[in-house]
Design a protein around this ligand. Structure first.
Ligand SMILES: Cc1cc2nc3c(=O)[nH]c(=O)nc-3n(C[C@H](O)[C@H](O)[C@H](O)COP(=O)(O)OP(=O)(O)OC[C@H]3O[C@@H](n4cnc5c(N)ncnc54)[C@H](O)[C@@H]3O)c2cc1C
Length: 449
C-alpha cells in the first residue's frame, strides 16, 4: 500500500523546483525521523503554498508503516488537544481520522490518593471538548495517506541515519547505515528523544530520569460505563494512573509507576492485573490528619463538598491480550532548537512526563510554527537555512514550551512526594482551583492548547 511512497520507486517530481537542477542526492529539506512529528511535518510542508515546491526527503529507520485497520484498539494512544485537531484539519488529516474513530473527552477528573483533593474539568465550561483520544497508528496512517498525493515529498524507509555532518556552510549531509549519503539546505531532526541530529548540534540538554515506567494497555470495562467520555487520573504515591476513554466500553491505560512495579504488573496473569488496577483507583492510602483537617476547613470556607462531589471511574473487567507494554519516562529539554541550516522538532527537542498528555501536542505545535516561520522567511527572500529565520522559530517555541514543561515537571515532582507540607500545598492548590472557576478555566485553556 505504501510502496508508492518508498524511495525505491521515486515519484514523478513534476512539482519540485530545484530537483532537476540539483544532484539526485541533494534535497532542499531532509527530515530525520518519520514518527508522528516527522511525518506530519512532511505533510505540512507539502500543504504550504510557499514551501510545497521545495523537495523534501523523509528518512525513517523503521520498515514501511504497515497501515491501520479499525479492529482491536492499539495500546499507544494520545490525548490530543484542540490546537492539534485544528492543525490536522489544515493539513487534510482530520477528515481521515474522524472517518475512522476517535473519542472526544467531555470531562476530566483528577484526584490525589494521599488526601482525596480533586479537580474536575468539564467540556460544558468550554465550547470545545476537553481532549480527543486517538490511536497513534491511526494518526500515522492518516498522515501517510495524505502524503500519497504530496508531489514534493519522498519517503525512504529502512534508512537508519548513522552520521550527520553539520559543519558544511551551505549544505548539511547525512550518511545512512549502508553508506548512502544525502545533502540538504535544511536538516530537521524529528528523530525522537535520542536524536542523532541534536547530538551532532552539540547543544546542552537538561535531562531528568523520573525512575518511572509508563505501563500502557487496552482495557474492557464492566457493563454500563454510560457513554464513557470521562478521562480519570489518580495520583498514587508511586505515580499517576490514568484511564482514557476509547469507546462506550473500552479505555486505554497509562499507569506511571516504579520500574519494578511496572514490570511486575506487566507480567501478572490478566485477572490479577485487573484486580490490582481496580484497587489502584479505590484503595485508601494513609491520610495525614493535618491535611484532612485543612481540606475540611477549606470546604467550609468555600462552601464546597470535595468528598461527595467526586465520582469513581468505571470498573475494569479485563485487559486485552498482549496489550500491556512499558515505556521509560523522563524529562529532556534541549537548550537550543536550531543552528544555521538545522532545526529540531518534537521529542528530539523536548520530552515530558505523560501525566498531562502534552508531549506530542507540543511536537505538532513545533511543526505548525516551523512551517509558518519558514514560509514567511522564504516569502521575504531568505534561504531555508537562514539562522535568523530559524531563531524566530526557536524563540516562539521556547516561549510556549518552557513554561508548560516546567509546570508539568513541577506537578510530577510535587505529586511524587509524601512530605506532609507538600501534600498540604498540592491538596489546597487543587481544591482552591476546583472551587475557583476563573483559575480552573485558565489552566484548562492552557492544557487544551
Ligand atoms: C506512555 C506514554 C503516553 C503518552 N501519552 C501522550 C498523550 O496522551 N498526549 C501527548 O501529547 N503525548 C503523549 N506522549 C508523548 C508522545 O508519545 C511523544 O511525544 C511522541 O511520540 C513523540 O513523537 P516524535 O515523532 O517526536 O518522536 P518518536 O515517536 O520517537 O519518533 C522518532 C522517529 O525517528 C526515527 N529515528 C530515530 N533515530 C533515527 C535514525 N538515526 N535514523 C532514522 N530514523 C530514526 C524513529 O524510528 C522514529 O520513528 C506519551 C508518551 C508515553 C511514553
Amino acid at each position: 500500500m505504501f510502496s508508492v511512497l518508498r524511495f525505491s520507486t521515486i515519484k514523478n517530481l513534476r512539482n519540485v523546483r530545484t530537483f532537476a537542477s540539483s544532484t539526485s542526492n541533494h534535497f532542499d529539506i531532509i527530515i530525520a525521523g518519520g514518527g508522528l512529528v516527522g511525518t506530519s511535518l512532511a505533510c505540512a510542508l507539502s500543504k504550504n503554498k510557499i514551501l510545497s515546491e521545495r523537495n523534501v526527503l523523509l528518512l525513517e529507520g523503521a520498515p514501511p508503516f504497515k497501515g491501520f485497520e479499525c479492529g482491536e484498539y492499539g495500546n499507544r494512544v494520545s490525548a490530543l488537544n484542540n490546537n492539534t485537531v485544528d492543525f490536522f484539519k489544515n493539513i487534510g488529516v482530520w477528515e481521515k481520522i474522524s472517518a475512522a474513530r476517535f473519542k472526544p473527552v467531555k470531562q476530566m477528573q483528577v484526584w490525589d490518593a494521599s488526601s482525596n483533593a480533586s479537580i474536575t474539568f468539564n467540556h460544558d465550561n468550554f465550547s470545545e471538548n476537553v481532549a480527543y483520544i486517538i490511536e497513534n497508528d491511526l494518526v500515522l496512517d492518516s498522515v501517510y495517506k495524505e502524503l500519497e498525493s504530496a508531489k514534493n515529498v519522498q519517503i525512504k524507509n529502512l534508512a537508519k541515519i548513522e552520521d550527520v555532518d553539520l559543519e558544511g556552510l551551505a549544505t548539511k549531509s547525512v550518511k545512512l547505515k549502508g553508506g548512502e549519503e544525502f545533502t540538504c539546505d535544511l536538516l530537521i531532526g524529528a528523530d525522537g528523544v535520542n536524536s542523532l541530529v541534536r547530538k551532532q548540534m552539540k547543544v546542552d540538554t537538561y535531562t531528568h530520569n523520573y525512575n518511572e515506567m509508563g505501563l500502557v494497555a487496552t482495557l474492557e470495562l464492566d457493563g454500563n460505563a454510560c457513554d464513557n467520555s470521562v478521562a480519570w487520573q489518580r495520583f498514587l504515591p508511586t505515580g499517576p494512573v490514568a484511564l482514557l476513554p476509547l469507546n462506550e466500553n473500552k479505555s486505554s491505560l497509562v499507569w506511571s509507576t516504579t520500574p519494578e512495579m511496572a514490570k511486575k504488573l506487566q507480567s501478572l496473569p490478566a485477572d490479577e492485573f485487573v484486580d490490582e488496577l481496580n484497587k489502584a483507583f479505590v484503595k485508601e492510602y494513609p491520610k495525614n490528619e493535618f491535611v484532612s483537617n485543612a481540606l475540611r476547613v477549606l470546604d467550609t470556607i468555600m462552601n464546597s463538598d470535595s468528598q461527595s462531589s467526586r465520582q469513581y471511574p468505571p470498573k475494569v473487567r479485563s485487559v486485552v491480550e498482549r496489550s500491556r507494554a512499558c515505556f521509560p519516562l523522563g524529562f529532556m529539554h534541549s537548550s537550543s532548537y536550531v543552528r544555521s541550516g538545522v532545526a529540531l522538532v518534537g521529542d528530539a527537542a523536548h520530552r515530558i512526563h505523560p501525566l498531562a498528555g502534552q508531549g506530542v501536542n507540543l511536537g505538532f505545535g513545533d511543526v505548525k510554527c516551523l512551517v509558518e516561520v519558514l514560509a514567511d522567511g522564504v516569502y521575504g527572500g531568505a534561504t531555508l537555512s537562514d539562522k535568523l529565520v530559524l531563531l524566530k522559530y526557536e524563540k516562539d517555541r521556547l516561549v510556549h514550551n518552557v513554561p508548560l514543561m516546567l509546570g508539568i515537571h513541577g506537578i510530577q515532582s510535587l505529586y511524587s512526594s509524601s512530605f506532609s507540607p507538600l501534600v498540604l500545598l498540592r491538596s489546597l492548590g487543587l481544591q482552591i482551583t476546583q472551587n475557583a472557576p476563573p483559575l480552573k478555566n485558565l489552566f484548562m485553556k492552557k492544557a487544551m492548547g
